[in-house]
Design a protein around this ligand. Structure first.
Ligand code: HEC
Length: 146
């Protein structure tokens, strides 16, 4: 009993530290890292959709979960005063529109997860809107540097 509660409080500390790291004072760096994770998750999915890699349902589902988690975190990473980088001024000028773009991404990602597509033909119609949401948001809210 005693040991268990020590273990739980160690875990609670680790969780608190992780939360602090997420809410750190360099949101520009955090959203860059978050989107790099999204990019890495998107790569294998893009290859499958183009037929360059065999369809793998588990890989797709893992990537969709990464998108869902990123979408949940994204809105909190653009506080006032963190303007700059690839983040377009429109995020601060039209916060409602930006939040709507996040919500759209959450919705289509949740729908694709719920569909749990077993084949490439099943996946295409639900994954298409997920990538559409990336482009849709980037068109208005991201300044591409490359
Ligand atoms: C709701 C808006 C939104 C959605 C949806 C979105 N992104 Fe982004 N993305 C951004 C913003 C804003 C930035 C710039 C962040 C910054 O650098 O501050 C960005 C940056 C990126 C970058 C550059 C990372 C870096 O900083 O080097 C990549 C790659 C990227 N996004 C991929 C994706 C992919 C792939 C998807 C869909 C699966 C996606 N994004 C969905 C808003 C979005």
């Amino acid at each position: 009993m005693y040991k268990t509660s020590i273990r739980i409080s160690v875990l609670a500390c680790a969780l608190a530290a992780a939360t602090l790291a997420l809410a750190g004072d360099d949101p520009g760096h955090e959203r860059h890292e978050l989107m790099e994770g999204v990019r890495d998750a998107a790569k294998p999915v893009g290859a499958m959709m183009k037929g360059e890699a065999d369809y793998d349902q588990a890989t797709l589902m893992t990537s969709l979960e990464t998108f869902a988690s990123a979408a949940d975190q994204l809105g909190g990473l653009f506080p006032d005063g963190s303007e700059g980088g690839e983040a377009a001024p429109a995020i601060w000028e039209d916060r409602a529109g930006f939040e709507a773009a996040i919500a759209e991404w959450q919705d289509v990602t949740a729908a694709a997860i719920a569909a749990n597509p077993a084949t490439l033909d099943d996946a295409k119609p639900v994954v298409g809107p997920v990538f559409g949401a990336c482009k849709n948001c980037h068109d208005s809210y991201r300044i591409e540097e490359e």
